[in-house]
Design a protein around this ligand. Sequence first.
Ligand SMILES: NC(=O)c1ccc[n+]([C@@H]2O[C@H](COP(=O)([O-])OP(=O)(O)OC[C@H]3O[C@@H](n4cnc5c(N)ncnc54)[C@H](OP(=O)(O)O)[C@@H]3O)[C@@H](O)[C@H]2O)c1
Length: 350
Amino acid sequence: MSCALVTGGSRGIGNKVVRELIKSNAWILSTSASPTTIIFLSKNESSVTRAMVDLIAFQAKLTNGVNARYSGSKTLRLIGVTMDMSEFSTKKTPTTVLEWSTGLSDAKKVTYPSWKELFTKANHQSHAPVPFPSVVVQSHGITQEKLTLGYKSPLEILNIVNTNFTSTVMMNNFLVKKWVSQNIKNRRHSDSVPATAIADKKIIINISSILGTQPDLNLPGTAIYSATKSALWKYSEVFKKELQKYQDWLTIACYSPCLVTDTDMVKNLSKNNTQAADVSPKDYMKNLLISKSDGAGAGAGIGGDSFQSKKDITDSPKYNEHFAHSKLETKTSDQVAKEIMDLIESAYKH
Ligand SMILES: NC(=O)c1ccc[n+]([C@@H]2O[C@H](COP(=O)([O-])OP(=O)(O)OC[C@H]3O[C@@H](n4cnc5c(N)ncnc54)[C@H](OP(=O)(O)O)[C@@H]3O)[C@@H](O)[C@H]2O)c1
């Protein structure tokens, strides 16, 4: 892999995935001598700027520390893109693009006319075009700010739908179309192209939520959000089927995290919805766990039949092997990011 894209990479789960990529796999999985590029995309400029500063500091600490898996000798290029995914279009101009690579003390602001041209045109400061990503984690998302009855305008609802669902579909279409055309071109010239280039793996991991994938988990105050996450899961399954003929090199995965307590999303959910819904997400989960363990499925694992453990995932038929949803439990964003990295590694090995 020479380039990874993480949407929602400024905060929460996405940011932890970016850190994991910097820490290990981006370096391990890369077979080429070219620099590794990690693009993180988020909505707000201030958020991208802050994340860039933190990530540069994080990388510096790794280089200075003793980390057997980390090869600091290889150039790392970090690109922070500010773009509102709720209005995603390949022709859209990213508000700000920050670029940093090994050796620079801080990031520089660069400009690209459109998202598409980020990958085809050198910017006006004569930087090389950004490599097209091979590994993509779509972690951007928003939750509800109030109880569902409080949504009075279709636009407010569409904002959640477009951010969580439509944008993911649009971005995936953009990526897969490009990959397929690249692959056809490579095969056409297969005599002159090394086998590794033809077999270069492409991986998309869409991030759903346990709130959208566990049938009996119905947290008050999340009806619209949960519906977008159910849609994302189902969409990913069918999309994977549509692209089955490319399965040798293309993995479409969907990961559905449990409640991740150290994220802004859960903190905001508690703040905005608890009072109105009369139950906090944490208490709701606790009550659900108690009622589950009282029921017939007690001892069989919380989440019952619908829970797929990691082992279940690898043992299940090929079609389902990259679809994973969590147990009813809470985790930290570090733990969840590591699970997402496991999915990436398993897609590489398959
Ligand atoms: N937290 C949980 O418990 C949990 C559980 C299950 C699933 N998930 C899912 O996991 C993903 C990450 O959640 P999180 O908890 O890490 O969220 P978070 O901490 O609230 O971070 C959300 C990220 O998405 C970005 N984002 C939001 N709206 C965007 C837009 N319109 N355009 C571009 N970027 C946008 C944010 O950018 P800014 O920083 O610029 O705002 C931020 O980087 C989401 O899809 C969420 O639904 C979360």
